[in-house]
Ligand binder design. Structure first.
Ligand code: DGT
Ligand code: CA
Length: 572
């Protein structure tokens, strides 16, 4: 049992208790304990083993339950409690946006006790009919069900990348292996993926297969043949491995990198050129002669195309652009000079500004903006104007000690429901850079939310709107707003829109990033780091930027410090 698993069980207990109308204080005690468990970084099992289980909000009774879970992996009380409600209600509560209150009402009023029954009722508009709930409720329920289904079948890119790296690192030690590449959606850097595809060449396929199924992350062998195998890892992710001939490696890599839509389009292009392309190579249609296959560059060249980066291979115009010689020169990670969204222990981060600066510098950045939360964000310990002044003074002294690195004073100011900001202009003008974001009131109407964002962008101090859509991948849909109108205002006012690099956010997403670029909007990359190791997430943001066709010139972070500051002043 990990900390998160224990926390999840506590939350589920609270939900069941709430459905059963139990004591409010008990319910709250479980929720608080769950939150505190998630906040400790130490492994609870260790704390139990060493008999020093001291967690805020966890009394004798809950401590006993944690001990039982840590030692046996089970909790009698929870098992008994689960039997008190229909099993389907737990499933319903796992739908994003549906809590115990709604679940209870749905069950009592409509007898709904499964996701299937809920879906049917939503489609038949029975939910509005009974509750008189707001019109959007049914739509939100259906959206929530879709998110849940997607979540069951997909893994976040960050998780998949970590697994892929481990697999390829271990496989690369096999002496018989000559070439290797990850393929599929992981190579295209999609925000979520279904499985991991790995391609290798070797003259001794059997040796590779034997090694593959014995890799340390492997928990289950799903299929095994002479040149193909599939396993599941301990994280529950499927990994497919294929061994191909060296002369086919490039063709196979193109084929298995996909996307399927890209493959279909280049197959048609090949046909027009009297060629046939498949995972073995490119061949002349007339005499079956092999034209290319060993490298991807050769394969594209045979089709009279330049190399197309994997992130673009979605058949969204990349082939036409390649034919015209107009592929973008995609941004690369080393071109990113700064991280423009960083938190410290002054608000809800876990490290000092100094520690964050050291880590950012260690990652090769030239400058970063400390952007702690503003006053009204109580849960995140937002800064009062007085604290802001203190922080700015503190950063000034830190900067005096730093060489070849600069900490900018920033803020992530909350955008209030009416679009006004949580700090006055007097406070805002002190910062080098102001980020603005929506943190509450996600259910506003489309018009309200659009106006809210536009109003915020009209403030001359607001340089960047961060996590502009508010979505959490597979957990919370984006709030409803008119992206076109927001992007137009961003372009007109010289406000940048962020790609938030936090693995569950990655928002703006690739499609909106590309649209923003078309409209001349600058894009900003922000890791939203709350601890030093999170700077590595910049890679994910760069992936989204590349999938959105961005060049360095489209990205605020690629500016040199002086140019960056000049640009911010321009809007002022
Ligand atoms: P996913 O669902 O996240 O695993 O996405 P992919 O793109 O990795 O899809 P996957 O693993 O089913 O297949 C890997 C690649 O193999 C895919 O991107 C393109 C190629 N491929 C698979 N099935 C087909 C097909 O029916 N036709 C063509 N042309 N290519 C295919
Ligand atoms: Ca795949």
């Amino acid at each position: 049992m990990t900390n998160n698993e224990i926390a999840h069980i506590f939350r589920t207990i609270a939900d069941i208790l709430e459905i059963n109308d139990e004591n409010f204080f008990r319910i709250r005690a479980y929720r608080r304990a769950a939150q505190n468990i998630e906040n400790i970084t130490e492994d609870i099992r260790e704390m139990v083993k060493e008999q020093r289980l001291h967690i805020p909000g966890v009394g004798v009774d809950l401590a006993q339950k944690i001990t039982e879970l840590a030692q046996t992996g089970k909790l009698e009380y929870f098992e008994a409690l689960k039997k008190k409600i229909p099993a389907g209600l737990l499933e319903i509560m796992s739908i994003p946006g549906i809590g115990p209150k709604t679940t209870k009402l749905l069950h009592e009023q409509l007898g709904i006790d499964s996701i299937a029954a809920l879906e049917k009722a939503a489609h038949e508009h029975k939910i509005t009919a009974v509750f008189g709930l707001k019109e959007k409720t049914e739509e939100n329920i259906l959206k929530g069900i879709a998110l849940l289904r997607h979540k069951h079948e997909h893994t976040l890119l960050s998780t998949a990348m970590a697994v892929a790296e481990r697999i390829t690192r271990e496989l690369s030690r096999v002496p018989e292996l000559s070439r290797m590449s990850v393929a599929g959606s992981v190579r295209r850097q999609k925000e979520t993926v279904q499985d991991i595809d790995v391609l290798v060449t070797s003259t001794q396929a059997q040796k590779i297969m034997d090694a593959f199924i014995r890799l340390s992350p492997v928990s289950e062998i799903l299929a095994q043949g002479p040149t193909k195998a599939a396993v599941r890892t301990i994280e529950g992710i499927q990994v497919d491995l294929r061994v191909v001939e060296p002369e086919s490696f490039g063709a196979a890599l193109v084929y298995f990198t996909g996307s399927k839509e890209h493959n279909i389009a280049i197959r048609e292009l090949a046909k027009k050129n009297g060629l046939k392309i498949n995972e073995y190579g490119v061949f002349s249609e007339q005499d079956e002669r092999r034209v290319a296959g060993a490298t991807e560059e050769d394969v594209y060249a045979a089709l009279r195309l330049p190399y197309i980066p994997p992130e673009l291979r979605e058949n969204r115009g990349e082939i036409e652009a390649a034919m015209r010689g107009e592929l973008p020169k995609l941004i690369e990670r080393p071109q990113v000079r700064a991280d423009l969204h960083v938190h410290s222990e002054w608000s809800d981060g876990n490290s000092s500004i100094e520690a964050m600066a050291a880590a950012a510098r260690g990652r090769g950045f030239e400058y970063m903006a400390i952007t702690d939360h503003s006053q009204s964000l109580g849960v995140a310990h937002g800064l009062s104007p007085a604290r802001v002044s203190e922080q700015i003074a503190h950063i000034k002294t830190l900067n005096k000690k730093l060489k070849n690195f600069r900490i900018l004073c920033g803020t992530e100011v909350d955008i209030k429901a009416d679009g006004t900001l949580d700090f006055s202009d007097k406070v805002l003008e002190q910062f080098d850079v102001v980020l603005a974001a929506v943190h509450s009131g996600f259910k506003q109407s489309r018009d309200q939310m659009t106006m809210r964002l536009i109003t915020a962008m009209r403030n001359p101090y607001v340089a960047i709107i961060v996590h502009p859509s508010g979505r959490l991948i597979d957990e919370r849909p984006a709030y409803d707003f008119d992206f076109e109108a927001v992007a137009d205002t961003a372009a007109r006012t010289g406000t940048a829109l962020e790609i938030n690099c936090y693995p569950k956010r990655l928002d703006l997403d690739d499609v909106h990033v590309r649209r923003a670029r078309e409209k001349g909007v600058m894009v900003s990359l922000g890791t939203d780091s709350h601890s030093p190791e999170q700077f590595q997430c910049m890679d994910l943001g760069v992936a989204v930027a590349r999938r959105g066709w961005l060049e360095p010139g489209n990205v605020l972070n690629c500016l040199k410090l002086e140019e960056f500051l000049k640009r911010i002043k321009q809007k002022h």
